[in-house]
Design a protein around this ligand. Structure first.
Ligand code: 5AD
Ligand code: SF4
Length: 438
Protein backbone atom coordinates (compact mmCIF):
# COMPACT_ATOMS: atom_id res chain seq x y z
CA UNK A 1 0.00 0.00 0.00
CA UNK A 2 1.59 3.26 -1.11
CA UNK A 3 -0.91 6.10 -1.19
CA UNK A 4 -4.04 7.32 0.54
CA UNK A 5 -6.86 9.80 0.11
CA UNK A 6 -9.05 11.13 2.92
CA UNK A 7 -12.46 12.51 1.90
CA UNK A 8 -13.75 14.78 4.66
CA UNK A 9 -17.32 15.82 5.38
CA UNK A 10 -18.70 18.01 8.16
CA UNK A 11 -17.22 20.33 10.74
CA UNK A 12 -13.77 21.65 11.65
CA UNK A 13 -13.45 18.88 14.23
CA UNK A 14 -13.69 16.37 11.39
CA UNK A 15 -11.27 18.34 9.24
CA UNK A 16 -8.74 18.22 12.03
CA UNK A 17 -9.38 14.50 12.67
CA UNK A 18 -8.58 13.94 8.99
CA UNK A 19 -5.31 15.83 9.46
CA UNK A 20 -4.48 13.42 12.29
CA UNK A 21 -5.25 10.41 10.08
CA UNK A 22 -2.93 11.91 7.45
CA UNK A 23 -0.26 12.29 10.14
CA UNK A 24 -0.55 8.65 11.17
CA UNK A 25 -0.45 7.43 7.56
CA UNK A 26 2.54 9.65 6.71
CA UNK A 27 4.37 8.10 9.68
CA UNK A 28 3.61 4.70 8.11
CA UNK A 29 5.30 5.86 4.91
CA UNK A 30 2.14 6.41 2.84
CA UNK A 31 1.92 9.29 0.39
CA UNK A 32 -1.07 11.62 0.06
CA UNK A 33 -2.81 11.09 -3.27
CA UNK A 34 -4.48 13.98 -5.12
CA UNK A 35 -7.42 11.89 -6.27
CA UNK A 36 -9.37 8.91 -4.94
CA UNK A 37 -8.76 7.14 -8.28
CA UNK A 38 -4.99 6.98 -7.64
CA UNK A 39 -5.16 5.90 -3.99
CA UNK A 40 -4.62 2.43 -2.49
CA UNK A 41 -6.50 3.46 0.63
CA UNK A 42 -9.56 5.73 0.73
CA UNK A 43 -10.94 6.95 4.04
CA UNK A 44 -14.35 8.63 4.13
CA UNK A 45 -14.51 10.75 7.27
CA UNK A 46 -18.24 11.24 7.77
CA UNK A 47 -20.73 13.63 9.35
CA UNK A 48 -24.13 12.71 10.77
CA UNK A 49 -25.28 16.06 12.16
CA UNK A 50 -28.24 16.17 9.75
CA UNK A 51 -29.96 13.60 7.57
CA UNK A 52 -28.74 15.31 4.40
CA UNK A 53 -25.12 14.70 5.41
CA UNK A 54 -25.92 11.01 5.83
CA UNK A 55 -27.57 10.75 2.43
CA UNK A 56 -24.52 12.42 0.91
CA UNK A 57 -22.28 9.80 2.49
CA UNK A 58 -24.21 6.85 1.10
CA UNK A 59 -24.15 8.38 -2.37
CA UNK A 60 -20.40 9.05 -1.99
CA UNK A 61 -19.61 5.52 -0.86
CA UNK A 62 -21.77 4.17 -3.71
CA UNK A 63 -19.54 5.97 -6.19
CA UNK A 64 -16.52 4.05 -4.92
CA UNK A 65 -18.02 0.69 -5.89
CA UNK A 66 -16.64 0.93 -9.42
CA UNK A 67 -13.16 1.82 -8.21
CA UNK A 68 -13.18 -1.22 -5.97
CA UNK A 69 -14.37 -3.45 -8.81
CA UNK A 70 -11.52 -2.20 -11.00
CA UNK A 71 -8.97 -2.54 -8.18
CA UNK A 72 -9.87 -5.29 -5.68
CA UNK A 73 -6.76 -4.43 -3.63
CA UNK A 74 -8.19 -1.00 -2.82
CA UNK A 75 -8.97 -0.55 0.88
CA UNK A 76 -12.03 1.57 1.72
CA UNK A 77 -12.43 2.74 5.32
CA UNK A 78 -15.26 4.72 6.92
CA UNK A 79 -14.60 6.92 9.96
CA UNK A 80 -16.30 9.77 11.80
CA UNK A 81 -19.81 10.23 13.12
CA UNK A 82 -21.73 7.92 10.74
CA UNK A 83 -19.14 5.19 11.42
CA UNK A 84 -19.69 5.75 15.14
CA UNK A 85 -23.46 5.72 14.81
CA UNK A 86 -24.04 2.94 12.29
CA UNK A 87 -20.97 0.73 12.85
CA UNK A 88 -21.31 -2.73 11.34
CA UNK A 89 -24.54 -1.82 9.51
CA UNK A 90 -22.41 0.08 6.98
CA UNK A 91 -20.62 -3.14 6.02
CA UNK A 92 -23.97 -4.73 5.22
CA UNK A 93 -25.29 -1.78 3.23
CA UNK A 94 -22.00 -1.16 1.41
CA UNK A 95 -20.21 -4.52 1.12
CA UNK A 96 -17.26 -2.94 -0.72
CA UNK A 97 -16.27 -1.13 2.49
CA UNK A 98 -13.35 -2.83 4.28
CA UNK A 99 -13.18 -1.27 7.72
CA UNK A 100 -14.98 1.04 10.10
CA UNK A 101 -13.54 3.10 12.93
CA UNK A 102 -15.10 5.61 15.29
CA UNK A 103 -14.16 9.03 16.64
CA UNK A 104 -12.14 7.70 19.57
CA UNK A 105 -10.34 5.03 17.57
CA UNK A 106 -8.31 7.16 15.18
CA UNK A 107 -5.03 6.11 16.72
CA UNK A 108 -5.83 2.46 15.83
CA UNK A 109 -5.76 3.24 12.10
CA UNK A 110 -2.34 1.64 11.35
CA UNK A 111 -3.38 -1.41 13.37
CA UNK A 112 -6.68 -1.70 11.49
CA UNK A 113 -4.95 -1.48 8.11
CA UNK A 114 -2.52 -4.22 9.15
CA UNK A 115 -5.48 -6.32 10.24
CA UNK A 116 -7.13 -5.77 6.83
CA UNK A 117 -4.03 -7.10 5.06
CA UNK A 118 -4.48 -10.27 7.15
CA UNK A 119 -7.98 -10.55 5.66
CA UNK A 120 -10.12 -9.09 8.45
CA UNK A 121 -12.91 -6.53 8.08
CA UNK A 122 -12.85 -4.87 11.46
CA UNK A 123 -15.33 -2.52 13.08
CA UNK A 124 -13.84 -0.53 15.96
CA UNK A 125 -16.23 2.03 17.44
CA UNK A 126 -15.82 1.60 21.19
CA UNK A 127 -15.17 4.51 23.53
CA UNK A 128 -12.02 3.18 25.22
CA UNK A 129 -12.02 3.41 29.02
CA UNK A 130 -8.62 5.11 29.13
CA UNK A 131 -9.19 7.37 26.16
CA UNK A 132 -6.11 9.53 26.45
CA UNK A 133 -6.30 12.49 24.16
CA UNK A 134 -2.74 11.95 23.19
CA UNK A 135 -1.06 14.14 20.65
CA UNK A 136 -1.47 12.37 17.36
CA UNK A 137 0.89 13.68 14.69
CA UNK A 138 -1.13 15.78 12.25
CA UNK A 139 -0.38 16.70 8.66
CA UNK A 140 -2.12 20.05 8.52
CA UNK A 141 -3.53 21.49 5.34
CA UNK A 142 -2.67 25.05 6.31
CA UNK A 143 0.59 26.14 7.92
CA UNK A 144 -0.31 29.77 8.63
CA UNK A 145 -3.61 28.97 10.34
CA UNK A 146 -4.06 25.71 12.25
CA UNK A 147 -6.74 23.87 14.22
CA UNK A 148 -5.85 22.73 17.73
CA UNK A 149 -8.14 20.54 19.84
CA UNK A 150 -8.52 21.78 23.38
CA UNK A 151 -11.28 19.34 24.29
CA UNK A 152 -13.30 16.46 22.91
CA UNK A 153 -16.91 15.33 23.19
CA UNK A 154 -19.95 17.10 24.58
CA UNK A 155 -22.08 16.78 27.72
CA UNK A 156 -24.82 19.21 26.80
CA UNK A 157 -27.36 16.94 25.13
CA UNK A 158 -29.25 19.59 23.21
CA UNK A 159 -32.40 17.65 22.40
CA UNK A 160 -31.89 17.71 18.60
CA UNK A 161 -28.20 16.87 18.56
CA UNK A 162 -26.39 13.64 17.82
CA UNK A 163 -22.92 14.89 18.83
CA UNK A 164 -22.89 13.69 22.48
CA UNK A 165 -23.92 10.25 21.18
CA UNK A 166 -21.22 10.02 18.52
CA UNK A 167 -18.35 11.88 20.18
CA UNK A 168 -18.81 10.78 23.76
CA UNK A 169 -18.38 12.65 27.04
CA UNK A 170 -16.62 15.97 27.34
CA UNK A 171 -12.91 15.81 28.14
CA UNK A 172 -10.41 18.66 28.26
CA UNK A 173 -6.79 18.35 27.25
CA UNK A 174 -4.10 19.46 29.67
CA UNK A 175 -3.16 23.13 29.16
CA UNK A 176 0.56 22.25 29.09
CA UNK A 177 -0.04 19.84 26.16
CA UNK A 178 -2.02 22.48 24.27
CA UNK A 179 0.66 25.15 24.78
CA UNK A 180 3.40 22.69 23.76
CA UNK A 181 1.53 21.78 20.57
CA UNK A 182 0.98 25.42 19.61
CA UNK A 183 4.61 26.32 20.36
CA UNK A 184 5.73 23.59 17.95
CA UNK A 185 3.26 24.80 15.32
CA UNK A 186 4.54 28.37 15.61
CA UNK A 187 8.12 27.16 15.15
CA UNK A 188 6.89 25.63 11.88
CA UNK A 189 5.39 28.88 10.56
CA UNK A 190 1.93 28.92 12.13
CA UNK A 191 0.66 32.42 12.98
CA UNK A 192 -2.96 31.78 13.90
CA UNK A 193 -4.67 29.01 15.84
CA UNK A 194 -8.32 28.09 16.08
CA UNK A 195 -8.96 26.34 19.38
CA UNK A 196 -11.50 23.57 18.83
CA UNK A 197 -14.09 22.16 21.18
CA UNK A 198 -17.83 21.46 21.11
CA UNK A 199 -18.22 23.92 23.96
CA UNK A 200 -14.97 25.78 24.62
CA UNK A 201 -16.55 27.86 27.38
CA UNK A 202 -16.68 24.85 29.65
CA UNK A 203 -13.01 24.04 28.99
CA UNK A 204 -11.20 22.78 32.08
CA UNK A 205 -14.04 20.87 33.71
CA UNK A 206 -12.42 17.80 35.22
CA UNK A 207 -8.85 19.13 35.13
CA UNK A 208 -7.30 18.96 38.57
CA UNK A 209 -4.22 19.98 40.56
CA UNK A 210 -1.52 21.66 38.48
CA UNK A 211 -3.62 21.07 35.35
CA UNK A 212 -6.60 23.08 36.66
CA UNK A 213 -7.41 25.82 34.12
CA UNK A 214 -10.44 27.75 32.86
CA UNK A 215 -10.97 28.83 29.25
CA UNK A 216 -10.03 32.48 29.89
CA UNK A 217 -6.88 31.25 31.69
CA UNK A 218 -6.04 29.04 28.72
CA UNK A 219 -6.45 32.03 26.37
CA UNK A 220 -4.05 33.97 28.56
CA UNK A 221 -1.44 31.18 28.33
CA UNK A 222 -1.79 30.85 24.56
CA UNK A 223 -1.63 34.64 24.18
CA UNK A 224 1.84 34.48 25.75
CA UNK A 225 3.28 32.25 23.02
CA UNK A 226 5.96 34.21 21.13
CA UNK A 227 5.51 34.42 17.36
CA UNK A 228 1.80 33.59 17.44
CA UNK A 229 -0.27 36.49 16.07
CA UNK A 230 -3.92 35.48 16.39
CA UNK A 231 -6.21 33.26 18.43
CA UNK A 232 -9.73 32.15 17.46
CA UNK A 233 -12.01 29.55 18.99
CA UNK A 234 -15.17 27.54 18.21
CA UNK A 235 -17.74 26.79 19.51
CA UNK A 236 -19.02 28.87 22.40
CA UNK A 237 -22.19 27.81 24.18
CA UNK A 238 -24.10 30.94 25.30
CA UNK A 239 -25.03 29.40 28.66
CA UNK A 240 -21.33 29.12 29.65
CA UNK A 241 -20.08 32.43 28.27
CA UNK A 242 -18.69 34.19 31.35
CA UNK A 243 -17.85 37.80 32.15
CA UNK A 244 -14.23 36.75 32.57
CA UNK A 245 -14.19 35.43 28.99
CA UNK A 246 -15.52 38.76 27.69
CA UNK A 247 -12.86 40.56 29.74
CA UNK A 248 -10.08 38.23 28.50
CA UNK A 249 -11.16 38.60 24.86
CA UNK A 250 -11.09 42.38 25.12
CA UNK A 251 -7.77 42.50 26.98
CA UNK A 252 -5.62 39.87 25.27
CA UNK A 253 -4.06 41.33 22.12
CA UNK A 254 -3.93 38.09 20.11
CA UNK A 255 -7.53 37.02 20.71
CA UNK A 256 -9.56 38.16 17.69
CA UNK A 257 -12.69 40.30 18.13
CA UNK A 258 -14.93 37.68 16.62
CA UNK A 259 -17.27 35.08 18.10
CA UNK A 260 -19.50 32.31 16.84
CA UNK A 261 -22.35 32.17 19.33
CA UNK A 262 -25.09 29.75 18.29
CA UNK A 263 -28.54 31.15 19.10
CA UNK A 264 -30.55 28.33 17.45
CA UNK A 265 -33.87 30.10 18.13
CA UNK A 266 -35.07 33.35 19.69
CA UNK A 267 -38.19 31.78 21.22
CA UNK A 268 -37.85 30.79 24.87
CA UNK A 269 -40.27 27.90 24.53
CA UNK A 270 -38.31 26.49 21.58
CA UNK A 271 -35.02 27.04 23.47
CA UNK A 272 -36.47 25.13 26.42
CA UNK A 273 -37.54 22.28 24.13
CA UNK A 274 -34.03 22.27 22.68
CA UNK A 275 -32.56 22.01 26.20
CA UNK A 276 -30.31 24.98 25.52
CA UNK A 277 -30.44 26.27 29.11
CA UNK A 278 -30.57 30.00 28.29
CA UNK A 279 -33.32 32.45 27.41
CA UNK A 280 -33.29 34.91 24.54
CA UNK A 281 -32.99 37.76 27.06
CA UNK A 282 -29.92 36.23 28.72
CA UNK A 283 -28.37 35.63 25.29
CA UNK A 284 -28.94 39.29 24.40
CA UNK A 285 -27.45 40.40 27.70
CA UNK A 286 -24.24 38.50 26.94
CA UNK A 287 -24.15 39.84 23.39
CA UNK A 288 -24.50 43.34 24.86
CA UNK A 289 -21.48 42.77 27.08
CA UNK A 290 -19.40 41.49 24.16
CA UNK A 291 -20.33 44.49 22.03
CA UNK A 292 -19.70 46.95 24.84
CA UNK A 293 -16.23 45.49 25.52
CA UNK A 294 -15.32 45.17 21.81
CA UNK A 295 -17.31 47.64 19.69
CA UNK A 296 -16.03 46.23 16.37
CA UNK A 297 -16.68 42.58 17.23
CA UNK A 298 -17.98 40.42 14.37
CA UNK A 299 -20.66 37.86 15.13
CA UNK A 300 -21.88 34.65 13.61
CA UNK A 301 -24.46 32.12 14.73
CA UNK A 302 -26.30 28.87 14.03
CA UNK A 303 -30.08 28.85 13.52
CA UNK A 304 -32.44 25.88 13.39
CA UNK A 305 -35.91 26.48 11.94
CA UNK A 306 -38.81 24.06 12.17
CA UNK A 307 -37.94 22.48 15.51
CA UNK A 308 -40.87 20.31 16.72
CA UNK A 309 -43.64 22.56 18.03
CA UNK A 310 -42.17 25.78 16.53
CA UNK A 311 -45.18 28.02 15.85
CA UNK A 312 -45.36 30.81 13.31
CA UNK A 313 -44.93 33.20 16.23
CA UNK A 314 -41.81 31.39 17.53
CA UNK A 315 -40.33 31.49 14.06
CA UNK A 316 -41.13 35.22 13.72
CA UNK A 317 -39.16 35.86 16.91
CA UNK A 318 -36.09 34.31 15.31
CA UNK A 319 -36.55 36.37 12.16
CA UNK A 320 -36.92 39.53 14.25
CA UNK A 321 -33.77 38.63 16.20
CA UNK A 322 -31.78 38.21 12.98
CA UNK A 323 -33.05 41.63 11.81
CA UNK A 324 -32.09 43.34 15.03
CA UNK A 325 -28.79 41.58 15.88
CA UNK A 326 -27.49 41.74 12.29
CA UNK A 327 -24.90 38.95 12.44
CA UNK A 328 -22.03 39.15 9.97
CA UNK A 329 -22.87 35.63 8.85
CA UNK A 330 -25.01 32.69 9.94
CA UNK A 331 -25.35 28.97 9.36
CA UNK A 332 -29.04 28.08 9.13
CA UNK A 333 -30.63 24.66 9.02
CA UNK A 334 -34.01 22.94 8.92
CA UNK A 335 -34.56 20.74 11.93
CA UNK A 336 -33.51 17.22 11.00
CA UNK A 337 -34.56 14.07 12.89
CA UNK A 338 -31.57 12.30 14.43
CA UNK A 339 -31.43 8.82 15.96
CA UNK A 340 -31.37 8.51 19.77
CA UNK A 341 -32.18 12.19 20.36
CA UNK A 342 -34.96 13.45 22.64
CA UNK A 343 -36.50 15.76 20.05
CA UNK A 344 -37.30 12.76 17.87
CA UNK A 345 -40.09 11.77 20.26
CA UNK A 346 -41.42 15.29 20.87
CA UNK A 347 -44.87 16.24 19.59
CA UNK A 348 -45.45 18.78 16.84
CA UNK A 349 -43.09 17.70 14.08
CA UNK A 350 -43.60 20.08 11.16
CA UNK A 351 -44.20 19.27 7.50
CA UNK A 352 -41.18 19.50 5.22
CA UNK A 353 -42.82 22.34 3.23
CA UNK A 354 -43.17 24.55 6.31
CA UNK A 355 -39.57 23.93 7.35
CA UNK A 356 -38.28 24.66 3.85
CA UNK A 357 -40.28 27.88 3.50
CA UNK A 358 -38.96 29.12 6.85
CA UNK A 359 -35.39 28.24 5.96
CA UNK A 360 -35.60 29.90 2.54
CA UNK A 361 -36.81 33.10 4.12
CA UNK A 362 -34.05 33.08 6.76
CA UNK A 363 -31.39 32.50 4.09
CA UNK A 364 -32.71 35.38 1.93
CA UNK A 365 -32.87 37.70 4.90
CA UNK A 366 -29.33 36.92 6.04
CA UNK A 367 -27.90 37.15 2.52
CA UNK A 368 -29.20 40.69 2.41
CA UNK A 369 -27.71 41.54 5.82
CA UNK A 370 -24.32 39.93 5.03
CA UNK A 371 -24.13 41.83 1.74
CA UNK A 372 -25.01 45.10 3.44
CA UNK A 373 -22.37 44.46 6.10
CA UNK A 374 -19.72 43.60 3.53
CA UNK A 375 -20.62 46.70 1.50
CA UNK A 376 -20.21 48.71 4.71
CA UNK A 377 -16.53 47.62 4.87
CA UNK A 378 -15.69 49.46 1.63
CA UNK A 379 -13.26 52.33 2.19
CA UNK A 380 -12.13 51.02 5.59
CA UNK A 381 -8.71 49.51 6.31
CA UNK A 382 -8.12 46.23 8.12
CA UNK A 383 -5.20 44.19 9.42
CA UNK A 384 -5.13 41.06 7.26
CA UNK A 385 -3.20 37.86 7.95
CA UNK A 386 -2.24 36.48 4.54
CA UNK A 387 -2.99 32.75 4.43
CA UNK A 388 -2.54 31.56 0.86
CA UNK A 389 -2.42 32.42 -2.83
CA UNK A 390 -5.92 33.34 -4.05
CA UNK A 391 -8.10 30.24 -4.56
CA UNK A 392 -9.25 31.37 -7.98
CA UNK A 393 -5.70 30.60 -9.08
CA UNK A 394 -5.20 34.20 -10.17
CA UNK A 395 -1.42 34.61 -10.15
CA UNK A 396 -0.25 37.65 -8.21
CA UNK A 397 -3.24 37.62 -5.84
CA UNK A 398 -3.40 36.41 -2.26
CA UNK A 399 -6.11 35.64 0.26
CA UNK A 400 -6.27 36.29 3.98
CA UNK A 401 -8.61 37.21 6.81
CA UNK A 402 -9.36 40.26 8.92
CA UNK A 403 -9.33 39.87 12.70
CA UNK A 404 -13.12 39.70 12.35
CA UNK A 405 -12.71 36.59 10.20
CA UNK A 406 -13.78 38.12 6.88
CA UNK A 407 -11.98 36.76 3.80
CA UNK A 408 -10.08 39.43 1.82
CA UNK A 409 -8.57 38.92 -1.64
CA UNK A 410 -6.05 41.41 -3.02
CA UNK A 411 -3.05 41.82 -5.32
CA UNK A 412 0.22 40.66 -3.76
CA UNK A 413 2.99 38.08 -4.07
CA UNK A 414 3.21 34.70 -2.34
CA UNK A 415 6.05 36.05 -0.18
CA UNK A 416 3.29 37.80 1.81
CA UNK A 417 1.90 34.46 3.04
CA UNK A 418 2.18 34.34 6.81
CA UNK A 419 2.50 38.12 7.15
CA UNK A 420 0.20 40.76 8.61
CA UNK A 421 -0.56 43.56 6.17
CA UNK A 422 -2.92 46.53 6.05
CA UNK A 423 -5.56 46.38 3.34
CA UNK A 424 -8.12 48.98 2.22
CA UNK A 425 -11.40 47.42 1.09
CA UNK A 426 -12.53 48.38 -2.41
CA UNK A 427 -15.45 45.99 -2.90
CA UNK A 428 -17.79 43.94 -0.73
CA UNK A 429 -18.91 40.64 -2.25
CA UNK A 430 -21.42 38.06 -1.04
CA UNK A 431 -18.96 35.96 0.96
CA UNK A 432 -15.72 37.93 0.80
CA UNK A 433 -14.08 41.32 0.40
CA UNK A 434 -11.75 42.67 -2.26
CA UNK A 435 -9.08 45.22 -1.37
CA UNK A 436 -5.68 46.75 -2.01
CA UNK A 437 -2.61 46.83 0.18
CA UNK A 438 -1.70 50.19 1.69
N1 5AD B 1 -31.15 19.46 12.81
C1 5AD B 1 -30.77 20.67 12.31
N2 5AD B 1 -29.66 21.31 12.69
C2 5AD B 1 -28.87 20.73 13.62
N3 5AD B 1 -27.72 21.13 14.19
C3 5AD B 1 -27.35 20.17 15.07
N4 5AD B 1 -28.23 19.17 15.08
C4 5AD B 1 -29.20 19.48 14.19
C5 5AD B 1 -30.39 18.85 13.76
N5 5AD B 1 -30.79 17.67 14.26
C6 5AD B 1 -27.09 22.41 13.91
C7 5AD B 1 -27.06 23.32 15.14
C8 5AD B 1 -25.62 23.28 15.57
C9 5AD B 1 -24.92 23.10 14.24
C10 5AD B 1 -23.53 22.60 14.33
O1 5AD B 1 -25.73 22.18 13.54
O2 5AD B 1 -27.43 24.62 14.73
O3 5AD B 1 -25.21 24.44 16.24
FE1 SF4 C 1 -24.73 19.40 20.00
FE2 SF4 C 1 -25.56 21.09 21.91
FE3 SF4 C 1 -23.25 19.71 22.23
FE4 SF4 C 1 -23.38 21.70 20.43
S1 SF4 C 1 -23.59 21.92 22.65
S2 SF4 C 1 -22.49 19.64 20.12
S3 SF4 C 1 -25.50 21.53 19.67
S4 SF4 C 1 -25.31 18.85 22.11
Amino acid sequence: MRSYKVLTFGCQMNEHDSEKMSGLLAAEGLMKSDTAEDADLIIINTCSIREKAEQKFFSEVGKLKELKAANPGLVIAVSGCIAQQEGRKILRRAPHVDLIFGNQNIKDLPDLIASRTRGNREVRTDFPEAYEHELLPAVRTGTVSSFVNIMFGCDNFCSYCVVPHVRGREKSRRPSDIVAEITTLVAGGCREVTLLGQNVNSYGRGLEGTDACTFPELLEMVDGIDGLERIRFVTSHPKDLSDSLVEAMARLPKVCENIHLPLQSASDSVLAGMNRKYTFASYMEKLGKLRAAMPGITLSTDIIVGFPGETEEDYRMTVDALESIRYDSIFSFKYSERPNTKALKMPGHLPEGVKSARLDHVIDLQNRITEEKNAGCVGKTYEVLVERPDKTGDAGRVSGKTRGGKIVNFAGGVSLVGRLVTVRITEGKKHSLVGEMV
